[in-house]
Design a protein around this ligand. Structure first.
Ligand code: NAD
Ligand code: ZN
Length: 341
């Protein structure tokens, strides 16, 4: 997979022009909020060959999938064509799945436009659709052929979506990069108030490097890749429980609070380090979590893909900057820890 880090409009449009030479047809798939706020997209898309999918999680559905497949077929998309997904994790997850299954696989270029997409969702080749309230129940593994990180897209991102991105960034810091944790800890106010693209670009590069390092060792989630699920067991359950009203990043922040608490309770991390983590998350000033039925949260945890019979593979911290998979983790511990939410 080629990765292009671009920051000038001209470089971005030139890169797309190159694909016109490389493929017979380019199919752009994006969402309205991105298109409306980034006029550059209108300058690169071929009018006939673009598809606007429904926004947010709604697009990761079988209905949307079928509509896109029919659209591609009606426009004679073929093995020499390419899908260019321009969007956050929802668009790249959906388009990844489309590209892995349409005609048993066609080329895909991912252009993540959210911070979360740039550091996480578009990296590592996991594609997905949700079924009902169960997220990512269907999917495949297929890396995009190229990835374009064009950081100007971050300017139109809402504060909430910037925060969503910091959830995954903090995750990498906690599970594998203590220095990054300290960097965020020391600069969190600036990071949240001011879009310093050079600084953010350097963080994005570190996160992509970390994710690729893990995925290269375990593409299919058989072992080490599971540590990337830190905070996600509870996170996914909160998303499902709220019918996706709680966004992925915010849910993962809460999931990381629980996982850090359980790491502290197991005497893996000190109270001081636990408090550092909580203080940092509090600075991000998450919305107060609505009251949720803990049994319902546990019910969603029961259908989590990380379950093996009644036990769970759960990710805990060894220390700030290092994580491990606790096999046969008793879900009752999570239930008790939900009290801190
Ligand atoms: N495949 C993976 O490995 C992986 C990893 C992490 C997350 N995910 C998935 O990613 C999804 C979440 O992705 P997300 O947080 O990027 O959210 P998202 O795709 O829902 O985007 C959030 C909102 O921002 C808008 N938007 C996107 N880019 C914009 C821009 N530059 N300017 C203005 N508006 C913009 C979108 O239209 C949407 O309304 C979840 O479905 C999650 O499961 C996948
Ligand atoms: Zn995530």
């Amino acid at each position: 997979m080629k990765i292009h880090y671009l920051n000038l409009e001209e470089n971005f449009t030139n890169q797309i022009k190159r694909y016109h030479e490389q493929y017979d047809k380019l199919f752009f798939i994006t969402q309205n909020p991105i298109l409306n706020q980034n006029p550059i997209i209108n300058t690169i898309i071929h009018t006939d060959h673009h598809y606007i999918c429904s926004d947010k999680e709604q697009c990761k559905s079988l209905e949307e999938y079928e509509k896109i497949i029919k659209f591609l077929s009606s426009k004679h998309c073929n093995k020499n064509s390419v899908i260019i997904s321009i969007g956050g994790g929802t668009v790249t997850d959906l388009c990844g799945f489309v590209s892995s299954s349409y005609m048993r696989g066609i080329a895909h270029i991912a252009v993540p436009t959210t911070l979360l997409g740039m550091v996480d969702a578009a990296i590592g080749g996991k594609t997905a659709l949700n079924i009902g309230q169960i997220r990512n129940l269907i999917g495949s593994y297929k890396n995009p052929d190229s990835l374009i990180i064009y950081d100007q897209f971050l300017h139109t991102l809402s504060k909430k979506d910037i925060i969503n991105g910091y959830a995954e960034i903090l995750k990498y810091a906690l599970i594998m990069d203590e220095k990054l944790f300290i960097e965020i800890e020391n600069n969190i106010d600036e990071l949240l108030s001011n879009m310093n693209l050079d600084f953010i670009q350097s963080i994005i590069k570190k996160c992509i490097k970390h994710k690729l390092h893990i995925v290269e060792q375990d593409q299919y989630d058989q072992g080490i890749r599971n540590i990337l699920n830190f905070g996600h067991t509870v996170g996914h359950a909160l998303e499902s429980c709220s019918d996706f009203k709680i966004s992925h990043g915010i849910a993962v922040f809460h999931g990381m609070r629980i996982a850090s608490y359980l790491s502290y309770k197991k005497n893996n991390i000190t109270m001081k380090d636990y408090n550092r983590i909580i203080k940092l998350i509090e600075k991000i000033n998450l919305d107060k979590l609505q009251k949720m039925n803990h049994n319902k949260i546990m019910e969603f945890i029961r259908v989590d893909k990380k379950n093996i019979n009644e036990k769970l593979n759960y990710i805990l911290l060894k220390k700030i900057g290092s994580a491990y998979i606790e096999k046969n983790f008793d879900k009752e511990n999570i239930k008790k820890a939900l009290e801190i939410l």
